[in-house]
Design a protein around this ligand. Sequence first.
Ligand SMILES: Cc1cc2nc3c(=O)[nH]c(=O)nc-3n(C[C@H](O)[C@H](O)[C@H](O)COP(=O)(O)O)c2cc1C
Length: 364
Amino acid sequence: MAKDPVNVNEYQELARQALPKMYYDFFAGGAEDQYTLKENVEAFCRITFRPRILIDVSKISLSTTILGYNVSAPIMFAPTSMHKLAHPEGEVATARAAAACNVIMILSYSSMCTVEEVVSSCHAIRFFQIYVYKRRDITAQMVQRAERSGYKAIVLTVDVPRIGKREADIKNKMIAPPLKNFEGLLSTQVVSDKGSNLGAYVDSTLDASLSWKNIGWLRSITKLPILIKGVLTHEDAIKAVEAGAAGIVVSNHGARQLDYTPAALSVLEEVVRAVKGKVPVFVDGGVRRGTDVFKALALGAQAVLIGRPVVYGLAAKGEAGVRRVTEMLKDELELTMALSGCPTIKDITRGHVITDRERLHSSL
Ligand SMILES: Cc1cc2nc3c(=O)[nH]c(=O)nc-3n(C[C@H](O)[C@H](O)[C@H](O)COP(=O)(O)O)c2cc1C
């Protein structure tokens, strides 16, 4: 393995070398047979380009806006938990990389640096992801802390009523450390029955009774826009819009929850069509190349989220690694735009890609 990776996938190998097996498996793994884990990546391979020629691409701009915020590229950092297991500086290093690259970071509810520590480390534009706990007062406090300290949106993750069966974590007896955000509020030191404590932790804290009617409660305790993360069907996309979501993240949680859900990319258009432009649609899962970002945008996403690439960059080289991973994706996206005849993000259209279904249809 080269010391200086030339693409995001090579960072995965560096992360594997840098981390204890238990932590690497926690970051890299998916649920059960890991069918969806493979699908998330392979779905991108089934989409090919229809590049346009003889268009002036001497200047390319990747810049765009997300919920009104100017960013350097349609790429956000997905919320991923426990960054100090990847690097001692944890989420502070990740946030600094987001600030340096001028992209949005979504801080995980299960971060190891506090909401406030991340804020005081840099000026990144930050959103805050939440789970709804059985103890609503704790979730409300977290939302209010985030709002007070300048986070710009709440990302409500809705695909974890229970934790998916992640077999590597079970075998490794993966133990989640206590989370500093909740110090004094809640015991996060869950005792396990000789195995991983992740399932017991989720079962004892997260509210599996959460339903559509509770979105009103969340809206009543914050003025921030609320994005709903974990939508995979057009039915739920419509419900999310009706419930007042300011945006939708099409996601299967990086294949860590329900195995055999489709790749998020393959249901993106279904959601985009249902939403009819009323709110922005984002997608995550398997984005490893600039070409992947382009494909997601062509299918109607306003931006993508990247999860594991950030963690791999962090594990391999700290803040510099996260910056490098982000810059590599941006450079590849820029090249893809130049080679497809799209000088700006707005120039990327549905006509620039072809799906395997369309190819099959046209050959019949
Ligand atoms: C190690 C790890 C931890 C995660 N933690 C969270 C979390 O705390 N909250 C959440 O909403 N999603 C979480 N996710 C899901 C990510 O937000 C995102 O949906 C997923 O990683 C995207 O897929 P990718 O890793 O292939 O880019 C996590 C994913 C990983 C890999």
